[in-house]
Design a protein around this ligand. Structure first.
Ligand SMILES: NC(=O)c1ccc[n+]([C@@H]2O[C@H](COP(=O)([O-])OP(=O)(O)OC[C@H]3O[C@@H](n4cnc5c(N)ncnc54)[C@H](OP(=O)(O)O)[C@@H]3O)[C@@H](O)[C@H]2O)c1
Length: 286
C-alpha cells in the first residue's frame, strides 16, 4: 500500500504518541516514504526504542525524538517552543496520542485526562504551530479521532466528568470535542494552504485500554490502523481536502452533534481559556 503513496522526501512530519500502535506504524510508514520525522513520546526510553526500530526498519535515519506529556499544557508549550525553534518547517502534524480509561483521572493541571489528552493538548499544540504550518504550506493537520465520538454529546456541565464518568462515554466526549475543534479550525484555515481533517483508524489491537491479548488477535493490526493516517498525510489528491472525517480512506459524515456550530463556538472559546492561549496566539474566525 505504501508504494502507492507519494514519496515524502523533503517533508517534515510530526507524530505524537509515536512509540506504540497506530502512531508508531504511521511514523514508520512516513519514514519509509523518506520523510524527516519528529516523534513525540512521553517516555524517553520507549521513545528511543521506537526511534531505533524505525531507523532499523526503514534505513531512514532522519528521525528525531522529543519528549512531552501531551495532556499537560505546560509540557505542550515547552514542546511547541522546541519545535518552533529547531525545525524550519512542519508539513504534517499528526495529533495521535491517546488513552482509554476505565476510571476518572485528573491531570496535575486539573483536567480530566482524556479531555486533556485528546482535545486540550492538541488544541494548544496545533495553535502554537500554526504560524510554522502556514509558512510551510501546503501543510496538513491530522487528528486521530474515533467512531466512538457518536456515543456522546458535549455537556458543558460535565466536560471534566465532574458529575458523571463513563468508561466509554467520557472517551467519546473527548473525541467529539477534538472533532469539533478539527471542523472549526478547518473553517478558519480555509485559503491558507493548511488543512485540518480527522479520522477513525479502525478497531485496532494496540496497547490502548485494557484489551486482553487474545481479543487483540481478532482486531485489525496497528499497521492496518496506520493506513488512513498515511493516506491523509501523503495522498497528493487530498492537498485541498479540508474539514472532513475519514474512515477506510474515505470521507464520511460524523455524528449530527459534531456539526453543531453553536456548541462548537462555545467549546472553542472555552478551550482557548482552558489551554491558556493568549489572544495573540488564537486563530481567529475567517
Ligand atoms: N486502537 C483502536 O481501536 C482505536 C480506535 C479509534 C481511535 N483510536 C485512537 O488512536 C490513537 C492511537 O491509539 P492506539 O490505539 O495506537 O493506542 P496505543 O498503542 O496505546 O498508543 C497510544 C500512544 O499515545 C501515547 N500517549 C498516551 N498518553 C500520552 C501522553 N499523556 N502524552 C504523550 N503521549 C501519550 C502512548 O505512549 P505510552 O506508550 O508511553 O503509553 C502511545 O505512544 C489514539 O488517539 C486513540 O484514541 C484507536
Amino acid at each position: 500500500m505504501q508504494n502507492t503513496l507519494a514519496d515524502m522526501v523533503g517533508k517534515t512530519c510530526l507524530v505524537t504518541g509515536a512509540n506504540s500502535g497506530i502512531g508508531f506504524e504511521t511514523a514508520k510508514g512516513l519514514a519509509a516514504l523518506g520523510a524527516d520525522l519528529i516523534l513525540v513520546c512521553r517516555d524517553a526510553q520507549r521513545g528511543e526504542d521506537a526511534r531505533k526500530d524505525i531507523i532499523a526498519a526503514t534505513g531512514n535515519d532522519r528521525v528525531d525524538l522529543l519528549i512531552a506529556d501531551m495532556s499537560l499544557m505546560a509540557s505542550v508549550r515547552e514542546l511547541a517552543d522546541q519545535v518552533n525553534q529547531n525545525y524550519p518547517q512542519i508539513h504534517v502534524l499528526i495529533n495521535n496520542a491517546g488513552v482509554m480509561l476505565s476510571k476518572r483521572q485528573l491531570t496535575s493541571e486539573g483536567y480530566e485526562m482524556q479531555y486533556a489528552l485528546h482535545h486540550l493538548g492538541p488544541f494548544l499544540f496545533t495553535h502554537l504551530l500554526l504560524d510554522k504550518l502556514k509558512a510551510s504550506s501546503p501543510a496538513r493537520i491530522i487528528n486521530i479521532n474515533s467512531k466512538m465520538h457518536t456515543m456522546n454529546k458535549i455537556d458543558f456541565d460535565n466536560l471534566q466528568a465532574e458529575k458523571k464518568f463513563g468508561p466509554f462515554k467520557t472517551y467519546a466526549a473527548s473525541k467529539l470535542a477534538n472533532m469539533m475543534f478539527t471542523y472549526s479550525l478547518a473553517e478558519r484555515l480555509e485559503g491558507t494552504g493548511v488543512t485540518a481533517n480527522c479520522l477513525h483508524p479502525g478497531v485496532i489491537g494496540s496497547n490502548i485500554g485494557s484489551t486482553p491479548g487474545f481479543i487483540k488477535m481478532f482486531m485489525k493490526s496497528p499497521q492496518k490502523g496506520a493506513e488512513t493516517p498515511l493516506y491523509l498525510a501523503c495522498e497528493p489528491e487530498l492537498e485541498v481536502m479540508n474539514g472532513k472525517y475519514f474512515m477506510d480512506k474515505k470521507p464520511l459524515a460524523s455524528s449530527k452533534d459534531s456539526y453543531d456550530k453553536v456548541v462548537a463556538k462555545k467549546l472553542w472559546a472555552l478551550s482557548l481559556e482552558q489551554a491558556g492561549l493568549k489572544e495573540s496566539e488564537a486563530e481567529t474566525a475567517a
